[in-house]
Design a protein around this ligand. Structure first.
Ligand code: ZN
Length: 357
């Protein structure tokens, strides 16, 4: 279970007018059950360790004479998502999972990325499974890496969330959950590759596309039964020194929802979230970002623990009360090219800002 706490942002809430009352909504995201409680001055402790790089976000605003940001093609991102989701369920050890790896690999190669794998066997709560993190690398002129990450697999039928649906013959394809981010990351790779043209490297830092595996709980969400792929890759990056090179990791999760409202995640690095928000302001799309504050358990936490600045760009409010999350209702008709466009452009504008440093 990903336990999510949502606090209405005081600036965006009428609550602020009647005092320092914060409405705390605790949502059990597994099955959309929600408990609502009111508290006062509630504070949460971010789980991430302090990264060594801690700039002020405003210092990273691109100068007026900097080249304009690149833009994604939202329709193309949507088509890539649709093609990927058409594979069907992509649970660990399944044929669909193998097809997903092949699809991502071929699209990354078509986008000019060098493809590497981080493969291992994970002893999960539901048994032993092969796990494959896929990393597409586009070389940059600057020394350092900006990582984009998102998981691509779907929950196993053994997970508590899907047991009932599976028993009822329903199929979970994760159009938003694992699908939208895969399509968008592949489109961003396309855009950067176009910018590179015949050059050996893109302007700015290298960009790595990290398609994580085994993010979902195999039975029931806990620190032990979740983010198997990210934990493995973060350990590897810590041991081989890669963690020193990664300037920032932007995690994308469930960002295709037509009703796009990305929450501000308290397990992310504050200055990096500020860079993301300032990017959205420059693009005029800030109404879709950070009206609510959350603390999300996700793939970013293992990387935060090894000192990488992280931002989880997640809309964990999918359908009323998050009702589509981890159900057979998570299908393409709930997504829109526009949402992919908004998030993709903010990611590219965030990369532009990070490249000013
Ligand atoms: Zn999920």
């Amino acid at each position: 279970m990903k336990t999510l706490q949502v606090k209405l942002n005081a600036a965006a809430s009428r609550v602020s007018l009647i005092g320092f009352v914060t409405v705390l909504v605790v949502i059990s995201t597994c099955k959309g059950s929600a408990n609502v409680a009111a508290t006062e001055g509630q504070q949460q402790q971010p789980a991430s360790s302090q990264p060594t790089w801690q700039p002020n976000a405003a210092e990273l605003d691109p100068p007026a004479n900097a080249p304009a940001a690149l833009k994604v093609d939202g329709k193309r991102a949507f088509q890539l998502t649709s093609d990927f989701v058409a594979i069907g369920p992509r649970g660990l050890g399944s044929d669909g999972h193998k097809k997903a790896v092949d699809y991502i690999t071929s699209q990354l190669k078509a986008a000019g990325a060098a493809v590497e794998y981080d493969q291992f066997d994970a002893q999960t709560a539901a048994g032993k499974f092969p796990v494959t993190n896929i990393i597409g690398k586009i070389q940059g002129k600057k020394d350092g890496v900006i990582a984009l990450a998102g998981h691509y697999e779907t929950n196993l039928p053994t997970s508590d969330d899907l047991k009932a649906a599976t028993a009822a013959g329903q199929i979970f394809v994760g159009a938003n959950d694992g699908g939208s981010t895969t399509g968008l990351m592949l489109e961003i790779a396309n855009v950067l590759n176009k910018q590179k043209g015949s050059a050996a490297a893109i302007d700015g830092y290298s960009v790595w596309f990290v398609f994580t595996d085994a993010e979902e709980a195999t039975v029931k969400w806990s620190d032990a039964d979740s983010v198997y792929g990210s934990k493995h890759l973060a350990k590897k990056w810590q041991q081989d020194g890669t963690s020193q090179k990664v300037k920032a990791l932007l995690l994308l999760d469930m960002i295709g929802d037509k009703d796009l409202d990305v929450q501000r995640d308290e397990n992310s690095t504050p200055w990096l979230l500020d860079v993301v928000y300032r990017a959205s302001q420059r693009l005029g799309t800030q109404s879709h970002f950070f009206k609510q504050t959350t603390a999300v358990e996700d793939d970013h936490k293992p990387f935060a623990k090894i000192g990488i600045p992280v931002a989880d760009i997640i809309d964990l409010d999918y359908g009323f009360n998050n009702v589509y999350h981890h159900t057979s209702q998570d299908t393409m008709d709930k997504l829109s090219p526009k949402s992919l466009q908004i998030v993709g452009d903010v990611v590219l504008e965030t990369i532009r800002a990070l490249n000013t440093h």
